[in-house]
Design a protein around this ligand. Structure first.
Ligand SMILES: NC(=O)c1ccc[n+]([C@@H]2O[C@H](COP(=O)([O-])OP(=O)(O)OC[C@H]3O[C@@H](n4cnc5c(N)ncnc54)[C@H](OP(=O)(O)O)[C@@H]3O)[C@@H](O)[C@H]2O)c1
Length: 297
């Protein structure tokens, strides 16, 4: 691939889990990969692992803590200083930050909502001109089928603007689902706003991936349970299968011009009724602009 044809991707949370599996595939396809991650030591190890099997890999790292607006701004500036185009942004980082009391970002937002939605909202907006200038370009936001309020799996999302900083109560599952619903509204609203720019925005659900969840568990029993038991269940997806959905969104020719889709198991699926609510998506967008200091709330 010549320098002019080189495709550049930034991925958040690409050091491990599904993100790393995706990075391996993108490097293999000749992409220049920018790992935007909060742990530079882990990034260096990830880069070493990639280079061990592909010495020509074009891969580098930029610090990014999605729990800090300052760090997100510094990451966008550091990327822009490199002078690269940006053809693909994968908003992958995300976790359910579980604790009894709730944890908060540097800027005071509940951690799961702050990292999974607000952090990516700010990062994407700061890089939007780079994406437009590099069109055709794509944004992929990793959500989850758990965003669906109709899904009878634990408590449903409860998108209450008076509780986004856990003012009334904190429930880790509810906040995770809220953040994933926010990812859906964000991905769809971004696609509407990008109409005619040559940049598309789609959402992906990797499915239930015990290998990724288990790797983060401290207890050896839990690690075993996830990697050896749950991973064998028919409803589980491997890292390879999960990252294939990202690759479909990133490389399938159709999604260069078609956005506003939800990709699960490598195929377009309908997302929840709630996720298609344009009015709610616009309200979240406006509020997020204000929270991130990008415009009026
Ligand atoms: N695994 C599943 O079953 C499943 C199901 C549905 C959706 N998803 C979604 O898929 C995506 C990837 O999940 P995964 O399972 O591969 O998880 P993972 O292995 O735990 O990876 C999460 C990544 O997010 C990064 N991260 C967390 N907080 C961050 C912060 N403040 N700033 C920057 N990066 C941060 C982590 O960085 P560190 O390496 O520094 O910790 C890690 O690289 C997530 O959005 C998740 O919600 C996963």
């Amino acid at each position: 691939m010549s320098k002019n044809q080189e495709r550049v991707v930034m991925i958040t949370g690409g050091n491990g889990g599904i993100g790393f599996a995706t990075v391996q595939k993108l490097v293999g396809k000749g992409y220049r990969v920018i790992l935007a991650s909060r742990n530079q030591e882990t990034s260096k190890k990830a880069i070493e692992r990639i280079r061990n099997t592909n010495s020509d890999a074009k891969i580098e790292t930029i610090p990014l803590d999605l729990a800090s607006f300052e760090s997100i701004r510094a990451c966008a500036s550091a990327f822009q200083a490199k002078g690269y185009p940006l053809h693909l942004l994968i908003n992958n980082a995300g976790q359910m930050f579980d604790s009894k009391e709730g944890r908060f970002t540097t800027d005071g937002f509940e951690m799961t909502f702050g990292v999974n939605h607000l952090g990516h909202f700010l990062l994407t907006n700061l890089l939007i001109d780079n994406l437009k200038a590099s069109a055709p370009a794509r944004v992929i936001t990793v959500s989850s089928s758990l965003h669906n309020p109709e899904l009878k799996q634990g408590p449903p999302p409860d998108f209450d603007y008076d509780n986004l900083k856990a003012e009334k109560y904190f429930d880790a599952q509810v906040f995770y689902k809220n953040s994933k619903l926010a990812n859906m509204w964000f991905a769809y609203e971004l696609n509407r706003l990008l109409a005619g720019t040559g940049v598309t925005s789609n959402a992906v659900c990797p499915g239930f991936v015990p290998a990724a969840i288990g790797a983060r568990r401290k207890s050896p029993f839990e690690r075993f349970f996830y990697s050896q038991f749950l991973a064998r269940m028919p409803f589980a997806r491997s890292l390879d299968e999960a990252s294939d959905s990202y690759i479909v969104a990133a490389t399938k020719p159709k999604f260069a011009s078609v956005g506003g889709k939800f990709i699960v198991d490598g195929e377009e699926k309908k997302s929840s009724e709630e996720s298609y609510n344009e009015e709610k998506a616009q309200i979240l967008w406006e509020k997020s602009l204000g929270w991130c200091g990008l415009g009026a709330e």
